[in-house]
Design a protein. Structure first.
Length: 101
């Protein structure tokens, strides 16, 4: 499957809320979406509160539709009060790699 759109989000959880943020992200509604071909959640090794999300989608439009869904909006509403400020985003065009868990 070709990845046509991707990004990395960097979020800062409120102190003590990192694991709750990670749990919500790992239950994201996009995970079963076939247009979402990469969805990785990680935590910083040097900062207890930093969470990374790397996503790859078949296209920007598919990602936009998924984010607009009621399920995704509900997830965003649950995440917001657990974060210290806005997430930072860097668009990417994934070109390959491997994920095995």
């Amino acid at each position: 499957m070709t990845v046509g759109h991707g990004f990395q989000a960097i979020m800062t959880a409120l102190p003590g809320k990192r694991d709750e943020v990670i749990a919500l992200l790992l239950d994201a509604p996009s995970l079963p979406d076939p247009a979402c071909v990469v969805f990785l959640v990680g935590r910083a090794t040097d900062d207890e509160d930093t969470v990374y999300v790397t996503e790859g989608w078949t296209g920007r439009e598919e990602h936009s539709c998924a984010v607009a869904s009621p399920e995704a909006q509900a997830l965003i509403a649950k995440l917001q009060p657990l974060l210290a400020g806005e997430a930072r985003y860097a668009d990417q065009l994934p070109v390959g790699g491997k994920a095995a868990f």
